[in-house]
Design a protein around this ligand. Structure first.
Ligand code: NAG
Ligand code: NAG
Ligand code: NAG
Length: 277
């Protein structure tokens, strides 16, 4: 019913017992007078408490909504990608990569390791619909012999390809075609991978800076070492890689793509998009 009745029990705790009715459904005339005496200050106090609570709550919620890990400011542009629908975050703890917490990718160079790396990106070339292609911020090409479909690759797969080549360049005795050649170590019969590896290192640098991971690496006391040590194997906010690979595998370009066939098409990329940084 009214606010008064809601607050009665509160008053009862503070008020003299004899000012409250012991029986009946409402306060007696005398009780009502006394109640009013208590009621008004109590209501005012309640209102103040409520107001303060609301202000504090608003402050907490307000702070939360601008917390950098929770939201991205709404006015920032995210360029269209046909895979945006497959983006889903999850919390993931990285493997440290030192003994005791090694990842499966740290085994020595071998056909098995090559296959594991290849499994991370060898489905990276996709066929997307013309409608999707027309929404891209830049032009891509129709697939010869596959009317209505266009070729596309998500950069995550190109990144992984590049990192794999860098990995191979680090073990040139096992991967002679990926040796970085200087006058000191050049082997005449081998390819010189310097330019490709240089491209890859710089591409990965740009990608890391572009995605600027703000997960926090911490320092913790390690009693066994008597030392505060840096701990990188903490939780990160990650995109579910499986969902992105599912997207790519569903759209895998199976047939060989002939880059020497030029296909005319009528998709016009708006000037506005072309000018985007
Ligand atoms: C489109 O491609 C051109 C040439 O590669 C490039 O200069 C431009 O920045 C690209 N625009 C976008 C929005 O990707
Ligand atoms: C390998 O390629 C790099 C980059 O093009 C070049 O600077 C270097 O001299 C090459 N190495 C040899 C031995 O030719
Ligand atoms: C850690 O340092 C303390 C004080 O220097 C020393 O007494 C203790 O033996 C050390 N413990 C280990 C495990 O090194």
């Amino acid at each position: 019913m009214s606010k008064e009745q809601e607050y009665l029990p509160l008053i009862a705790e503070d008020a003299d017992v004899d000012t409250l009715p012991l029986t009946g459904h409402g306060p007696s005339a005398r009780g009502r007078r006394k109640l009013t005496r208590w009621l008004i200050p109590a209501l005012v106090a309640s209102l103040i408490i409520e107001t303060v609570t609301l202000v504090v709550l608003a402050a907490i919620l307000g702070r939360k909504s601008t917390h950098p890990s929770c939201t991205v400011p709404g006015d920032q542009k995210v360029l269209y990608s046909p895979a945006l629908g497959a983006v889903e975050n999850q919390v993931q703890v990285y493997q440290l990569g030192f003994p005791g917490d090694m990842s499966p990718y740290q085994i020595p160079s071998s056909p098995k390791l090559d296959e594991m790396w290849s499994d991370l990106y060898n489905y990276g070339i996709s066929r997307i619909s013309k409608e999707e292609a027309s929404l891209l911020p830049n032009k891509t090409s129709p697939i010869p012999g596959d009317p209505g479909y266009y070729i596309a690759e998500l950069d995550v797969f190109h990144n992984l390809h590049c990192l794999n080549k860098v990995r191979m360049a680090l073990d040139p005795d096992y991967y002679p075609d990926w040796r970085i050649s200087t006058s000191n170590n050049h082997i005449a019969t081998q390819k010189n991978a310097t330019d490709h590896i240089s491209h890859c290192v710089d591409w990965i640098r740009q990608s890391i800076m572009c995605h600027a991971d703000t997960s926090v690496i911490v320092w913790q006391w390690a009693a066994s070492l008597n030392e505060t040590i840096v701990k990188g194997n903490v939780a990160h906010t990650c995109r579910k890689f499986d969902k992105i690979t599912d997207w790519a595998k569903e759209r895998l370009l199976v047939n060989a793509y002939d880059p020497f066939v030029h296909m005319e098409d009528d998709i016009v990329v708006p000037i506005l998009h072309q000018e985007m940084p």
